[in-house]
Ligand binder design. Structure first.
Ligand SMILES: CCCCCCCC(=O)SCCNC(=O)CCNC(=O)[C@H](O)C(C)(C)COP(=O)(O)OP(=O)(O)OC[C@H]1O[C@@H](n2cnc3c(N)ncnc32)[C@H](O)[C@@H]1OP(=O)(O)O
Length: 197
């Protein structure tokens, strides 16, 4: 291994990876993406225990999001739980699906916790797809406190893996799958990703 090149890991795109492309029908920069599933722990508006993270499309294949740390998200007294912060990063990265019109799920995610995040903090998140190789989408996210240009509190690198809608139908619990398939809004959201020229 060369001394001036970091070690290759499963989070390092292969040399023949390509630049991710924004889908022509991607939401416009600044547009709120909305929830992909109303019961999602990360973004679902009907999920009482969730993070209620709200993401917006950015330029290129990027998104921004905000998440307010609530008392229910504590690990240590008055501080956000690291797993909750990782969920916020994961959800923000998952929102990149809307920009590429791809359905993908987290395969690997590696997080760095740089500063403690107190309750009531608004975490300003941004995520970017950096490379694609076959079904693999390499992406990175950062969470800052005090504003979009504030100090970094958390960050993550991840590989998402493209899947078909059947991934959820085959593996999800029957009751929730049936309910989702009976919900025209949910079907519309899933269909939006099926056409992927
Ligand atoms: C709809 C949007 C929801 C967004 C919510 C927020 C994001 C989430 O939290 S998603 C939920 C958490 N994630 C999951 O539940 C995923 C569970 N895992 C799985 O279902 C499977 O392991 C899955 C689908 C990722 C991969 O399985 P499979 O389809 O058989 O693919 P497989 O053939 O093994 O791998 C495909 C490629 O991905 C790579 N890969 C698979 N897993 C990983 C991994 N963990 N790390 C790095 N690369 C991986 C493989 O090496 C392979 O690469 P190549 O094509 O170069 O050989």
């Amino acid at each position: 291994m060369s001394a001036d090149r970091p070690a290759r890991t499963s989070l390092t795109p292969p040399d023949d990876a390509v630049t991710p492309v924004r889908h022509p029908d991607a939401p416009a920069p600044g547009e709120v993406l909305g929830s992909h599933y109303d019961q999602c722990f990360g973004c679902g508006e009907k999920q009482p225990h969730g993070l209620h993270l709200e993401a917006r499309a950015g330029e290129g294949v990027t998104v921004t999001a905000e998440f307010t740390v609530k008392p229910a998200h504590q690990g240590a007294p008055g501080l956000a739980h690291g797993g909750v912060l990782t969920t916020a990063l994961d959800e923000t990265l998952g929102s990149l699906n809307w920009l590429m019109h791809v359905i993908s799920v987290t395969g690997r995610l590696e997080a760095d916790f740089v500063r403690p995040v107190p309750v009531d903090t608004v975490l300003h998140l941004d995520a970017r797809a950096t490379a694609r190789h076959g079904r693999k989408i390499y992406c990175t996210a950062t969470g800052r406190i005090g504003g979009a240009d504030g100090p970094v509190a958390v960050r993550a690198d991840a590989v998402f893996i493209e899947v078909k809608v059947e991934h959820f139908v085959d593996h999800g619990r029957e009751a929730e799958i049936q309910a989702a398939m009976a919900d025209p809004d949910q079907v519309r959201r899933a269909r939006a990703f099926e056409v992927n020229p």
